[in-house]
Ligand binder design. Structure first.
Ligand code: PA5
Length: 443
């Protein structure tokens, strides 16, 4: 069963003037159709590789042979990257680790993540977690030039060389980077690392299903075929469904319509702890893709919704006060997992005490669903638009569908906001300042 988007609480009949009317939604259907055609043309021209990745699939054999070549005693893969080169892998690993693993013959390495923090304590924490005699490094940088992962990589490589010697270390480092150019490409060639390509028509934040995410996830024993399958099915639906029946299209349309009415904050709030990092991944995707100074005609617009990552039920006791009663500038998107593969029934130790007995006998699944529903109802009562993305379960297939849905929604929102969703000049600007501050030639 595919991903389902319940947007009833975004509509006027539920939240009054704060919501969208069926007529308004109907009025953008033609625009959605035209936007989809524009995306299809760009995809055909080879510009938007992320659409095809799950269907095309990175070479599983190439990745498996890199894995096979690693010494059998290696049980930890230190994945070094930042932003789009790390967050997707972290999000999927966190969600599926131990849940959606390959049944037989899989090597299930522990993944340790680095490269997104440069403070000395964070570096020390990595050192303390890793036995360098049993570790390999996967350095991931599309440009091969990003200071944080590259700097941390030099430090980690140093430790690895110290533990096992230069020759062995070089056989334990895998570089995922541009196939033809860049600093990391050059280093990998010099030190004879195994390399995996980042397709040049897939941007960092859209690259989770490429070798960027697929290789470390495969190393961790995650069923990447299931991820690709779910994502490919979602992609196939995107092209054939009526715009107002398509989750990514309606999601983008509602976010855009309400942004123009002052709902400039987009809260993403899964009710599954293991999806917490999906929120972090979405935050980058939405922010970097849609936060732009100019539109596609280079007119100054200073546009972009602000994504906020929350998680339920924890943030009911932290954020919901603000969402319910603070400025009415937010759209809240919940993610609900309809069916967990496991459950637990709450015992009934004190049947005579009403304060606990009312929930005794219920399952945790019922509890978490009730919490999501109660929060949605409370927001709706306060006339705060909210919607829910329903995942049938917490499997690779459903997660693949969710991530692909959100990437396609982002591409569609780029069309509606009329910005280039695939560049990030604001990030590049910061990188240049950093190069200058640290004395890189030419900056
Ligand atoms: O989405 C993006 O393009 C960025 O977040 C990049 O992934 C991030 O800056 C890291 O870049 P790179 O992979 O070139 O090191």
């Amino acid at each position: 069963m595919a991903l389902r988007y319940d947007f009833l609480n975004m509509m006027r009949n539920r939240v009054g003037a704060e919501g969208v009317s069926p007529e308004e939604l109907q009025a953008v259907a033609g625009w959605l159709e035209a936007s989809r055609r524009a995306l299809a043309d760009r995809k055909k021209a080879g510009e938007l590789g992320f659409f095809d990745v799950p269907k095309r699939r990175p070479s599983r054999e190439a990745m498996a042979s890199v894995l096979r070549a690693l010494d059998p005693e290696i049980d930890t893969l230190v994945v070094v990257g930042i932003g789009g080169s790390l967050l997707g892998t972290q999000a999927v690993y966190e969600a599926l680790r131990g849940v959606d693993t390959l049944k037989r013959g899989a090597r299930a390495m522990k993944l340790v993540f680095a490269g997104d923090a440069t403070d000395p304590r964070a570096a020390r924490d990595i050192f303390e977690q890793v036995d360098w005699n049993r570790a390999a490094i996967n350095i991931v940088s599309k440009s091969g030039d990003t200071i944080e992962p590259m700097a941390i990589f030099t430090l980690l490589r140093h430790e690895l060389v110290r533990a096992v010697g230069l020759e062995k270390a070089s056989k334990r480092i895998i570089a995922t980077t541009d196939a033809k150019k860049g600093t990391l490409h050059e280093i990998a060639a010099r030190e004879k690392y195994a390399t995996l390509p980042v397709p040049n028509n897939v941007g960092g934040r859209f690259s989770v299903f490429t070798e960027v995410g697929a290789f470390p996830l495969l190393a961790a024993g995650i069923d990447i075929d299931a991820l690709w399958k779910g994502a490919a099915a979602e992609e196939a639906d995107f092209w054939k469904m009526a715009p107002l029946k398509s989750a990514p299209m309606v999601y983008a349309a509602l976010q855009w319509l309400l942004y123009r009415r002052g709902k400039t904050i987009s809260v993403f709030m899964p009710y599954a702890k293991r999806l917490t990092l999906v929120g972090q991944w979405y935050r980058q995707l939405w922010a970097e893709s849609l936060g732009k100074k100019t539109d596609r005609k280079r007119k100054r617009v200073d546009v972009g919704p602000t994504p906020v990552a929350a998680v339920g039920p924890a943030d009911q006791h932290s954020q919901i006060q603000l969402y319910n009663e603070g400025p009415s500038d937010k759209i809240v998107t919940f993610v609900e997992v309809d069916d967990f593969d496991i459950d637990a029934r709450l015992p009934e130790p004190w049947s005579d005490i009403e304060g606990v007995s009312y929930f005794s006998g219920h399952t945790l699944r019922k509890l978490v669903h009730a919490e999501r529903q109660a929060t949605a109802e409370a927001l709706t009562d306060s006339r705060r638009p909210n919607g829910t993305l329903h995942m049938p379960d917490l499997t690779g297939r459903s997660l693949g569908a969710l991530l692909q849905c959100l990437m396609m929604a982002t591409a569609m929102a780029g069309e509606l906001f009329d910005v280039d969703a695939f560049d990030q000049p604001g990030v590049e600007a910061g990188k240049k300042h950093m190069y200058r501050l640290l004395g890189r030639k030419g900056f």
